[in-house]
Design a protein around this ligand. Structure first.
Ligand code: ASP
Length: 580
């Protein structure tokens, strides 16, 4: 080996040792005739001191930030008053005897040294960071995040291997696997006019592996969904994908929460109490206005439909539901207006309010409120009540958005990791635009067998064996028990408006597999990027992905997507539709 050990590993116990170190110059300073170089590698930095009588002094005075150098020297302890508490090597330094420049470097487009010194990195615009991702990736924060991600994945492998899971890879070039997004297509050169689709998930492959008897499958799988990029999505992203045979919903939930607890213990040293709460979808929506409720704070929605029913206040009397939220303080007009704008953006007709003062409601809609309201809900002196009336889903979701915003603004969110399961999702939802039923999870999800008799008469009432895994207000996983009988799968396809021919054309291979004897099976997939972002304390998944795309789906580093040569198109039998 050329080097003795990592710069960041030097400790007091190495005092007196002659070492060879290699790494990057985090910073060079000239002080009182001496040169101080913070030499950095992935494990951290150590201070190198070059004295004027060292033969390498001239060379040392040449080096600049981010140059790559090799140093030979002797480790010595620092006097007590010079110990740097901010870095792990702070009790020692290396007195240089030899120094060799291995590579010079241009001045980086932004400084990256502060984080390694235990200080705050300077804020840099994300577009600049992504353009210079290699430099950006040198920063301590990204090193920490990518190593955390690695530890999470290593823990997943250990846990699932011990539980008897078999890792299997499934193809990237395949046919459409519907998860509700648009496919990325790859044209076939050998069969012009034919296209592969990149998988939106390995869903159908893992089901076929169950039919083939593998019993327990997992994969850290890349998935591809061509969606309009909402704030924090990536067109290609990573799932922890799993499938199990001869199980019920509870088996999958139980195994996955043990996995989550194992990862948090191994990676963060955090103990999670098991089991996690399970909330039926309807209850989550009613109490928190969300199917992925943030349980780090209370502030629950309260149902006051009955109080207004049949009363004089028309807008509320006739609404399907009226929901109320007691903000823990008196809100100003301006605050209420801002919250109303938010509620409206989520489909509410408006946000009504009243305040409890001296035991009575005043302001806003107070004079329209029946006196029985105060008996029916929990509100304290000085608090502002907020109301939304309307169709159930719009009412709860818009007030749920107000709840979250209040939680953030008023600092109600406690630190920590609040996991839960949301269960009993409806199997179907009505697609206004298409004028037909569509699947809520995916078309392969099994209806709750207790509700099977409602399938034709009241499809909206049929619950699915589907569950979402939620952490701190974001959906980090979702799965279901699958349909394992061909006749039921065909019936569901028909309900979804997929006729027998289309079913045969698109999913014939699945139907055929199911006809060869399929075990009852089910599974789940975790959004690994989001999960790791939560563990890293990052808001954006781009902070835990080495080479992410930006918010427009572009990769500023390589410039993808990019035009291609005419000849490439020709080989694929493609021609671009020009302007004319
Ligand atoms: N394939 C599903 C998804 O990507 C997960 C599952 O049902 O296992 O959301």
């Amino acid at each position: 080996m050329r080097r003795t050990l990592y710069c960041g590993h030097l400790r007091e116990q190495h005092t007196g040792l002659k070492v060879t170190l290699e790494g990057w110059v985090n910073r060079r300073r000239d002080l009182g005739g001496l040169i101080f170089i913070d030499l950095r590698d992935r494990e951290g930095l150590v201070q190198v001191v070059v004295s004027p009588d060292a033969p390498c002094f001239a060379e040392a005075s040449r080096v600049r930030s981010e140059w790559v150098i090799r140093v030979e020297g002797v480790v010595r302890g620092r006097p007590a008053e010079q110990v740097n508490q901010k870095i792990a090597t702070g009790a020692v330094e290396v007195l240089a005897q030899n120094l060799e420049v291995l590579a010079e470097a241009r001045t980086p487009p932004f400084p990256i040294d502060a984080g390694w010194r235990g200080e705050e990195d300077q804020n840099v615009a994300e577009e600049v960071r992504l353009k210079h991702r290699v430099v950006d990736l040198r920063r301590k924060r990204l090193h920490d995040n990518l190593r955390l991600r690695h530890k999470v994945i290593a823990a997943i492998y250990r846990f699932l291997d011990a539980e008897g899971f078999i890792g299997v890879e499934t193809p990237y070039l395949t046919r459409s696997t519907p998860e509700g997004a648009r496919d990325f297509l790859v044209p076939s050169r050998l069969e012009p006019g034919h296209f592969y689709a990149l998988p939106q998930s390995p869903q159908l492959f893992k089901q076929m592996l169950m039919v083939a008897g593998y019993d327990r499958y997992f994969q850290i799988a890349r998935c591809f969904r061509d969606e309009d990029l909402r704030a924090d999505r990536q067109p290609d992203f990573t799932q922890l994908d799993m499938e199990m045979s001869f199980v019920e919903q509870e088996d999958i939930i139980e195994l996955n929460e043990r996995l989550a607890a194992y990862i948090l213990r191994e990676v963060l040293g955090v103990e999670l109490p098991l089991p996690f709460p399970r909330l039926p979808y309807a209850e989550a929506m009613n109490r928190f206005g969300s199917d992925k409720p943030d349980l780090r704070f209370g502030l629950e929605l309260q149902d006051v439909t009955e109080v207004f029913k049949g009363g004089a206040f028309r807008a509320f009397a006739e609404a399907e539901v009226v929901k109320a939220l007691a903000a823990p303080k008196a809100l100003s007009r301006k605050e209420i207006e801002e919250l109303e704008a938010l509620a409206k953006s989520k489909g509410a007709a408006g946000l009504a309010w009243a305040r409890l003062e001296n035991g009575a409601l005043t302001g806003g809609i107070a004079k329209f409120i029946p006196p029985t309201l105060l008996e029916r809900l929990t509100v304290s002196e000085g608090q502002t009540l907020l109301f939304v009336a309307g169709p159930w889903r719009k009412a709860v979701e818009s007030l749920g958005a107000v709840r979250l915003e209040l939680g953030r603004r008023l600092g109600l969110i406690e630190p920590g990791f609040k996991f839960l399961w949301v269960v009993d999702f409806p199997l179907l939802e009505w697609d206004e635009e298409a004028g037909r039923w569509t699947y809520m999870h995916h078309p392969f999800t099994s209806p709750n067998l207790e509700d099977l008799h409602l399938l034709d008469s009241q499809p909206a009432k049929v619950r699915a064996y589907a569950y979402d895994f939620v952490l701190n207000g974001s959906e980090i996983g979702g799965g279901s028990i699958r349909i394992h009988r061909r006749d039921l799968q065909e019936r569901i396809f028909a309900l979804l408006g997929i006729g027998p021919e289309e079913a045969q054309e698109k999913f014939g291979f699945l139907l055929e597999a199911l006809s060869y004897g399929a075990p009852p099976h089910g599974g789940i997939a975790w959004g690994l990027d989001r999960f790791v972002a939560h563990l890293a304390g990052e808001d954006s998944i781009r902070e835990v992905i080495a080479f992410p795309k930006n918010k427009e789906g572009k990769e500023p580093l390589t410039g993808a997507p990019a035009p291609v040569e005419e000849a490439q198109l020709e080989a694929l039998g493609l021609r671009l539709r020009g302007e004319g």
